[in-house]
Design a protein around this ligand. Sequence first.
Ligand code: SF4
Ligand code: SF4
Ligand code: FES
Length: 483
Amino acid sequence: MIEFFINGNPVQAEDNQTVMQAAKANGYFIPYFCWHPQLSVPGNCRICMVEVEADGGGWLDIACNMPVTRGMRVLTDSEKVRARRKETLQFITLNHPVDCGICDKAGECTLQDYHFEYNGSPSISRDAKVHATKHFPLSGRITLDNERCIMCTRCVRFTREISKTNSLGVIDRGDHSLIRPVGDDSFEHDAYSDNVVDLCPVGALLSRQFLHKARVWYLLPTPSVCPGCERGCSVNIWHRKAEWKLHSLDTRQNARIDRVTPLENPAVNGPWICNKGRDLAQIFERARAEQAMQKGSPVELAAAIASARALIAAAKRPVALVSSWASNEELTAYDAALGKRFASHVKADWQAAPGEVVEDEVLIRADKNPNGAAARALFPALPADARSAFPSDCDLVLVWGEGFSFAQLPPKAKIIYLNAWLQPENGHADVFLPISVQTERSGHYTNFKGVVSAFEACFAKKPNVADAEALFAAIAPAQGERG
Ligand code: SF4
Ligand code: SF4
Ligand code: FES
């Protein structure tokens, strides 16, 4: 450890730490645009300037690229530092359009925040701003506003160092510099491309999905877990705050997912997620099953529960296919209520879709289900030949979750089906029970490395939809009920 001084206070730094890293670790704030803890250090934005005190006068230098030395004395907020930051911001905003009123980044833009904190003055330039492309289609997912870009190069370094597609670069020089994709279309196919939207310190890189959809101060992030693969990345699901709920016009906006962003978790995903994680609305906002049924005819949920219980009580050789999208709590509830009654096998609810990246060395895993590892710790996996899981005298199958073709079920067995989505199989079950989805309940998943992550409810569950965790006790027959 090395002792040095920040604003007169002794602090400890690791060997080889920069002033920025040591300051951050010790709770001192130094502003930054181009620096990012997971990327290389270009030192190009100059906003992280600090003053180094020394005998005979000090000097100003950038904290992100200055190694700590023993006994060094650093001032992070002196008069000289604030004056230099103000000059730097005046330089950065010379050509920046300051069109915050129509910018999606407004409310979470570091340029806005630093301007408010360190500058606050109108532009000092008498010359017209240099104009550049306002809506450059960087990919099908991302649009680039070159006028807002401050050339920090975070996006370029991300594609070189993290996603490794090398798909973005800088063309031209000086105030004509532009971020552009390389010519081979690789940014279009970068499975992690949307991380540059979060990385961009200003509103230059924007998600087309989210473009002008909501102001961020109307939205609330709920911590969750991406179910897109067994990595189980921590995410924030953003949705409308209760106090900003719409009472007219399109009230569906009150219960929709506006965007998904990474929730930094060093044990699972660091600060990144893949694009599939951004697209969770496409999974969770599919048409929902909200009606209990018996042989395709609508019935009250309570009646369907009673029928399911009677079928389980009467069964001689029941088999269950357990969902790998079930939470740890649901698996425990199933095991406690029905684990001994059924011969249980874990099925994969989801497989890789055509064109989807199956697996890579960054985050994406081949198993496209969030909790298969926890389910398989309790019950065996369904064999590749699914039919071999059903004994010849199997008379009841409980299917939990989507993704299993009923054509593989024993033709004479009764079927109890638990599913959240509106799908053709629902009407073919003897008893169909609609269940809640992850965004309507809280729980935990255990990822392939054994890391347990929590998710919380974003939206209220509909009253005619059951929670699987409570449902299993309700459909479990008491001892005397068994046939
Ligand atoms: S687009 Fe954003 S992240 Fe990329 S260089 Fe410009 S300001 Fe930085
Ligand atoms: S890597 Fe897997 S868990 Fe993480 S965001 Fe992508 S699909 Fe979701
Ligand atoms: S953060 Fe240090 S130069 Fe940009």
